[in-house]
Design a protein around this ligand. Sequence first.
Ligand code: ATP
Ligand code: MG
Length: 611
Amino acid sequence: MSHLFTLNRFFWKYRRRFFFGIFFVVLTNYFRILSPQLTGYIINSVIAALKPGSAMAPHVGNSGYNFIVRYIIDWMGGLSFHQKILATGLTLIGLALISGFFMFLMRQTIIVMSRLIEFDQKNQIFAHYQKLDNTFYKQHSTGDLMNRISEDVSRVRMYTGPAIMYFINLAAVIGFSLFFMLRSDVKLTLVSLCPLPVLAIAIYYVNTIINKKSERIQVMLSNLTTNAQESYSGIRVIKSFVQENQMFRFFKQNSETYRDNALSLAKTEAIYFPSMALLIGLSTLITIMVGSLDVVNGVPGADVGKIAEFVMYIQMLTFPVSAIGWTASMTQRAATSQRRINEFLLTDTEIKDAPGAKDIAISGKIKIENLNFTYQNTGIHAIKDLNLTILPGEKIAVVGRTGSGKSTFAKLLLRMYNADKGFIRYDDVQVDDIKLHSLRNQVSFVPQEVFLFSDTIKNNILFGKADGTDEEVFEAARQSGIYSDIINFDNGFETLVGERGVTLSGGQKQRISIARALIKKPELVIFDDCLSAVDARTEKEILGHLYQYLQDRTAIIITHRIFSLFNFDRVIVMEQGRIAEQGTHAELLKAGGLYAAMYHRQQEQQPGEDV
Ligand code: ATP
Ligand code: MG
């Protein structure tokens, strides 16, 4: 429960709303509590008028009533009998309207407060997500991440909003009605309230069962959805491997378990509501029975109006009392969710600005010494004792077999991971001492896995430079060799990408993500195999455009294709996390090592592609 204390600072932040909320809850109930008294009074008056002077005729007094009710009764004293009934009816409607108005204000303050807290919490979580590093994202599934921001936060909202509101409401209702009930008749109060604690406990108990069951159903439903979603997106694979029946059986099995659980929940709920009604009915029944016996036996102070008054109090109490169970289990769930949120907010990232980190201007001079890196989760030693010096303006190609550590090297340059040992220095400043924002702002990185947002092509390119002009977007598109493809789409640069938009080819996506990097006009560009999906001829053409663009810039281009590397100042060949060879294309060919072997193999496989 203590995890919920973290929320206190939000309550403090919205203290005005919270305070007014409580105030309105009290007012709502204050005006509601007047109607039973007025009803009781008018019933007694009717009976007295019907049987004037009889022993059964009640004493139509007003001593135990609230002062407002007393005031109304005194005012009605001068009216005729019919006018009195009419005035009472109108007053009851008036009271209901006033109480309803305050109830509206109560929701407007407390529920709105909970929405504001929800919004703050979502922002807080989202901001924290942005700070976390790759390692965190590798260890958590997307489903998990989504859950935290939507489900956990909305569960916490059930506490900050409805649960707290019902709780204050309950306190106010119990306070007011007990006060007037006890003042009116202690014995009748005690007997009529007997079943209510049982009701509260029973509701709490059943609610917990219902929550557990519905939580299980939630999990199943999300599995089912994931399952269906994967089947749709992987439908081509399923069909081409003729696995439709297999998938169907799997899905059917899952949905049958889901159905069984949903039915079991429905059964519990079916017992829940009637039992509640039974217990509430019991209270009413006891009140009528005990109250009537008192009237019949002529107990002093007993009258029919009081029975009506008490029955109305009980009706008022039952909803808040039955909400105790609900409130308690909501609070429990919120505490669990808040614990998860707190744990998450405490996860720290290793990749952050060191104290005293600097903004530097990157010229492209990079010195790498004895660099080593091991992936924590797999223990793969991906970079081993790597030494390299890159001069400003150099164009470097990095080649090597798959898994040789090329992408890891690029990520270390951007400090997406911290090296275990060794240094990377930009202009003689160690990478750990450069502000992350400064570093990543000056380096354009095109990752190996293309990611485009479900937005227009233009906005996807502008992601690299939010304030870029149309002309800059077109230019970046030209440089990455995608311009003519884009203007051939019906909507040109406004074409939507992603599920709702056009389906782009792999090579088109890659080139858009290159354009996104180029529009930044950085000093250093790092391309991670980002032309793998275009054919050799197109690659050569794009590299031609790029060469011009890259003239004064430093470039590190990771690629699998050797034949298009002629213009590079240096080629680095990586093998098992180390630099195996380096030199110009001609030098390496002459040396007859790994590079030469790779080159000849590619030449044999794709003769004539060497354009
Ligand atoms: P490719 O040409 O296929 O892109 P690469 O040269 O870029 O290969 P890397 O991605 O750097 O290779 O991988 C180097 C090694 O590190 C591989 O053995 C790989 O399995 C491992 N590796 C890469 N990424 C991770 C990761 N996130 N967690 C654990 N191990 C990883
Ligand atoms: Mg790679």
